[in-house]
Design a protein around this ligand. Structure first.
Ligand code: A2P
Length: 274
C-alpha cells in the first residue's frame, strides 16, 4: 500500500503514516488505520495520547515489528535528565520497549537549555537501542547546521509543516541536501486547502478527491505524509494514493499555490518561547 524511504540510519520509513495530533478517538483510530493497512503511526508527548496510541497498536493485532512508531520530546523536557526520564515514560505509556523514531518536537532556541545538549541526549538514547532512529521537528537550517556541526550526527528526519499554501521549500531543500528525510505535518493544511479551485480542478479531472491529490503531490515530491482523520472512510481514501500520478503540469500548478510565510499555520520556530 505504501512505498518506503530509506533513512540515513538504514531504517525503512513508510512514506504514508497516520497522524494522531488532535485525534478525537486515538485508540480506535490507530487500530482502524493499522487494520486498513497503515504501517506508520506518529504521536508525541505533547499530544497526551501515547497510552491510547499504544492501546490502538495492541488492539489492531498487527505485529509490533511491522509498525514504524514515532514519538516526540515535549518542549518542557529538553533538559537531558528530563529527556531521558520522559522518554522512558513515553515507552511505558505506549507499552513498547523501543520506538522506531524519536524526535525533538521544537528547537525552542530561546530556552535556557541548549537544544544541542538535548540532541546529544537523543544520540545516547539511540545508542541504547531504545530509539532505532532519531531526528528533529520544526528545525530551521541554522538549527540543523548547529547540531550536525557540533556532533557529526545527522538527524534521520526533520518533521516540518508542509502543505500547498506553505511549501516550505527552503527548509526541505536544505534538509534533503544533508540526507535528512522530510515528513510533512498537516499535509492537508488541516483540511482548509481542499476547496482550492486548482486542487479541486485536478481532482475532478482525475476522478480523485482533493485530499488524495494533495497527498499525492507530497509523495511525488519525495516527502513522507502523516494525514490525520478519525473517520475510517477518509483513512482509506488517504491511503489510496499510490495507484495514480500527477503530471508535471499538475505538480507545477500546485507548487504555484505557495504563499510563503503567509501560508504558515503555526508560529515560526524562532519566535517560539520568546
Ligand atoms: P477528520 O478527522 O474529521 O476526518 P492535517 O492532517 O493536514 O492536519 O488535516 C487534518 C484535517 O483534515 C482533519 O480536520 C481531518 O478531519 C481532515 N481530513 C482528513 N482527511 C480528509 C479527507 N480525505 N477529506 C477531507 N478532510 C480530511
Amino acid at each position: 500500500m505504501t512505498t518506503t524511504i530509506e533513512l540515513n540510519s538504514g531504517a525503512q520509513l513508510p512514506q504514508l503514516g497516520f497522524g494522531t495530533s488532535q485525534a478525537a478517538t486515538p485508540a480506535a483510530s490507530v487500530a482502524a488505520a493499522l487494520q486498513i493497512g497503515y504501517r506508520h503511526v506518529d504521536t508525541a508527548q505533547m499530544y497526551g495520547n501515547e497510552a491510547e496510541v499504544g492501546e490502538g497498536i495492541r488492539a489492531s493485532g498487527v505485529a509490533r515489528e511491522d509498525i514504524f512508531v514515532t514519538t516526540k520530546l515535549h518542549n518542557p523536557n529538553h533538559d537531558p535528565a528530563d529527556a531521558r526520564r520522559t522518554f522512558t515514560e513515553s515507552l511505558r505509556r505506549m507499552g513498547l520497549d523501543y520506538v522506531d523514531l524519536f524526535l525533538i518536537h521544537w528547537p525552542m532556541p530561546f530556552l535556557q537549555i541548549d537544544y544541542l545538549h538535548t540532541w546529544e541526549t537523543l544520540i545516547e538514547l539511540r545508542d541504547s537501542g531504545r530509539a532505532a532512529s532519531i531526528g528533529v521537528s520544526n528545525f530551521q537550517p541554522d538549527h540543523l547546521d548547529r547540531i550536525i556541526g557540533a556532533t557529526g550526527v545527522v538527524p534521520a528526519v526533520n518533521q516540518i509543516e508542509v502543505h500547498p499554501y506553505f511549501a516550505n521549500n527552503e527548509v526541505r531543500e536544505f534538509a534533503k541536501s544533508h540526507g535528512i528525510a522530510i515528513e510533512a505535518w498537516s499535509p492537508l493544511g488541516k483540511g482548509d486547502e481542499l476547496t482550492d479551485p486548482v486542487i479541486s480542478g485536478i481532482a475532478e479531472r482525475l476522478g480523485r478527491s482533493p485530499a488524495q491529490v494533495v497527498l499525492r503531490w507530497h509523495i511525488q515530491r519525495g516527502d513522507v505524509v502523516i494525514p490525520k482523520s478519525d473517520r475510517e472512510e477518509r483513512m482509506r481514501q488517504n491511503a489510496d494514493v499510490f495507484s495514480f500520478e500527477l503530471t508535471d503540469t499538475d505538480m507545477a500548478a500546485i507548487a504555484a499555490l505557495d504563499r510563503g510565510e503567509d501560508g504558515r499555520r503555526s508560529a515560526h520556530p524562532n519566535v517560539l518561547g520568546k
